[in-house]
Structure formats: structure tokens, C-alpha cells
Design a protein around this ligand. Structure first.
Ligand code: FES
Length: 371
């Protein structure tokens, strides 16, 4: 039974100050305080950010946009960034990062979730998460920003790469950005053109905005561009030689854009974000190693193939993390002893006291970390 209306939960952050002091001084455990607060409302916590699902809206055949209203512990974010979302399923704590498609003046935010067939998180969110449910949110990360100068802007998106770019676009148009904007969105099929109705409306309202879609497997409509990214698709982009470019999509798509941009020698900096992690180098031979978590006073047997983050979570620990791709640095931890291997490059690190990123480091030999 929920005893406190959600409308009051957001204002509770200040009221909880005495409880925080008790926790800080060791008189009470935060988990105990949280357990009591959750009886008042599932979104009420001492420090953790929980959000209530306010609205669900399908924006493509395979993409859902959620409107969330966080509790008073939320410290804000900017459009185009990503937020970590946590989910408990069958006793396992799972997390994924989703782009913010809107950060609204009333404190609510929107994220878009693309269906990943066979995934452990997105099918549950898409099929079972209901309005009124609560979710835990984690760190915010992401560096894409709308170019400051009044130059033209070219937005290149593939698949769910549309989501951070849409967040930036919505904000820029709302703030009156008037230079030419071109958005090219690459999708496999018609039904994957996310936010198509809204983008068409924005295009009708803003004469400086042109939106085009390229279908990479479906048959294209007459006159439409088709297939994967190529420089020919940019022939109709106004002021291309002066445009600032932002690209988001799978690593392969982003790599193609980078190649084109370097060849085209456009001004300004190219901003890119790849949402598939770089290929990780697997160790050829699987070995078992000892893994020690010093602060948690725990030891376990681990393998030398998977990241320390994954194996720590499997062991019931909850290390801070964000992107899980070695980008945001929120999983940084100190190596106390042993050798770890960078899963992206294969490089080995064994300097005690050195900072390592748990999400892209695997134990190479017996390892102790400050966790
Ligand atoms: S979680 Fe972002 S760098 Fe590890």
C-alpha cells in the first residue's frame, strides 16, 4: 500500500536531511532507511534516484518513449545525454543506458527504448512496464552538445542513434535555432522511422529543418535516398561546407561518417557517439583467477575473459557505472594488486594504486581491487 502521493515525494528531499545525517554518522544504515522510506512510496529513497513512469508512447514499431518523473534526488541532465536505468529481474540487478530524448522544464524527462530481440531488459520494459511503476535511475553521461555558433547543423543517425540527436534537436528548435538543419536517419524498414510524425510536424513548422530517411533494406519511395550512408546522400544539404556535424549510431556507421568527414575537411569538430562498444579482444585461453574485493571483504573465483564490472555484479556487488563501454569513467576503481587486461586493446596493467575502468578491464592474473 502506498501511503504518500507521488506529488509529495519530490518535495521530500529536504525533509530527509536529518536521516542523512544519521546515516553519515553511522547511526543507521542507508539500506534500512531506504527500506522504511519505500513503504511510504516506492520512489522515495534517501539518496538514490527513483522515477515514476508517467507515460508510454510508441514512436516506431520497435521503439517506445517513456516519460519519467524522478524523485527529489535527481540532479538534472541535458538533452542528448544518456541515463543509466536499473532493473531487478529474478533477483539479478540489470542495467542499461538510454538516451534522453527530452529534459522538460517541469522536471520530467523522456527516454526512448528500442526493442532488442532476445534482450534481458528492453523486452521487459516494452511489454510489462506500466504507467505508475517506478524505476531506479543512475548516473548521467554523454558529451554530445548542440553547436554554439549559428552555422548549419547536419545530424546523421542510424537506428536508435536518432534518440540523443532528437533530444538536442527538440531543444534547439524550442530555443529558436534558425540556421539550416538537416537530419538524415538510416533505418532498415519504414516502421523503424522513429518519431516520424513528430519530425514531419517539426519540418512543417520550421522552414530551416529538413528531415530525410534512408531505408537500408526496404524498397525506398521514389525520390528518396536509399541504402547505407554515402557522401552522395549529402548532395542536397544546405551550406554543407559550413555545417557542424553530429553523428550517432553503431560503431560501423560512425566510422563511415568519420572517414567521410576527414576527407571532406569540414570546419569545426565532428561530434560522434557510437552506441555499440568497440570490439573487445578475448584472451585466447580461458583461465580461472582469484578476484578480491578489498572494501567488501570478499574473495571469489573469476575468469580472465569477462569484465571486472560484470563479474563483480555477478557476485552481488553494485559498483557505480554508466556507459559500460569505457567512455564515461564512472566505474573507475583502484587496482590494489595483480594484473588486469584492457579488453579493448589487450594492454596489461599491474601498477598498484593505478585507476582502472571496471567495465573494460578483465583480471589477467589474481587481482585485488578497491571495491
Ligand atoms: S561504465 Fe562508463 S567507463 Fe565504465
Amino acid at each position: 500500500m502506498i501511503l504518500l502521493p507521488f506529488a509529495l515525494v519530490r518535495g521530500f528531499a529536504g525533509v530527509l536531511r536529518p536521516l542523512r545525517m544519521l546515516v553519515a554518522q553511522g547511526w543507521m544504515r542507508e539500506s534500512d532507511a531506504d527500506a522504511g522510506l519505500a513503504l511510504l512510496h516506492p520512489a522515495l529513497r534517501l539518496n538514490r534516484v527513483f522515477a515514476r513512469v508517467m507515460q508510454r508512447q510508441w514512436v516506431a514499431d520497435d521503439m517506445l518513449e517513456l516519460t519519467l518523473r524522478p524523485n527529489g534526488n535527481w540532479r538534472g541532465a541535458k538533452s542528448g545525454q544518456h541515463v543509466q536505468l536499473y532493473l531487478e529481474r529474478e533477483g539479478v540487478r540489470l542495467s542499461r543506458s538510454y538516451s534522453l530524448t527530452a529534459v522538460q522544464a517541469d522536471g520530467s524527462l523522456k527516454i526512448a527504448i528500442k526493442q532488442q530481440p532476445g534482450g534481458r531488459v528492453s523486452p521487459h520494459l516494452l511489454e510489462h512496464l506500466a504507467v505508475g511503476d517506478t524505476l531506479e535511475l543512475g548516473p548521467v553521461h554523454g558529451d554530445l552538445t548542440w553547436p554554439e555558433a549559428d552555422h548549419g547543423v547536419l545530424l546523421l543517425a542510424a537506428g536508435s542513434g536518432i534518440t540523443p540527436l532528437l533530444g538536442l534537436l527538440r531543444t534547439a528548435l524550442a530555443q529558436g535555432f534558425s540556421a539550416p538543419i538537416t537530419l538524415l536517419h538510416y533505418v532498415r524498414e519504414q516502421g523503424q522511422r522513429a518519431f516520424v510524425a513528430e519530425l514531419q510536424t517539426l519540418q512543417a513548422q520550421h522552414s530551416n529543418l529538413q528531415v530525410r530517411w534512408s531505408l537500408t533494406t526496404d524498397t525506398a519511395e521514389p525520390g528518396a535516398i536509399a541504402g547505407r550512408f554515402t557522401a552522395e546522400h549529402l548532395s542536397a544539404v544546405p551550406q554543407l561546407s559550413q555545417s557542424r556535424v553530429l553523428a550517432c549510431g553503431p560503431a560501423g556507421f560512425v566510422g563511415q561518417v568519420q572517414q567521410w568527414w576527414h576527407a571532406a575537411e569540414l570546419p569545426g569538430a565532428l561530434q560522434v557517439e557510437a552506441f555499440t562498444p568497440p570490439a573487445l579482444i578475448a584472451d585466447v585461453s580461458l583461465r580461472q583467477v582469484r578476484l578480491g574485493f578489498a572494501r567488501s571483504h570478499q574473495q571469489t573465483t573469476a575468469d580472465n575473459q569477462r569484465s571486472l564490472l560484470e563479474q563483480a555484479e555477478e557476485h552481488g556487488l553494485k559498483p557505480a557505472h554508466g556507459c559500460r563501454q569505457g567512455i564515461c569513467a564512472s566505474c573507475t576503481c583502484t587496482l590494489l594488486s595483480g594484473t588486469v587486461r584492457d579488453l579493448r586493446s589487450g594492454a596489461l596493467f599491474s601498477e598498484p594504486g593505478q585507476s582502472i575502468r571496471l567495465c573494460i578491464s578483465a583480471p589477467h592474473a589474481d587481482v585485488e581491487i578497491d571495491l
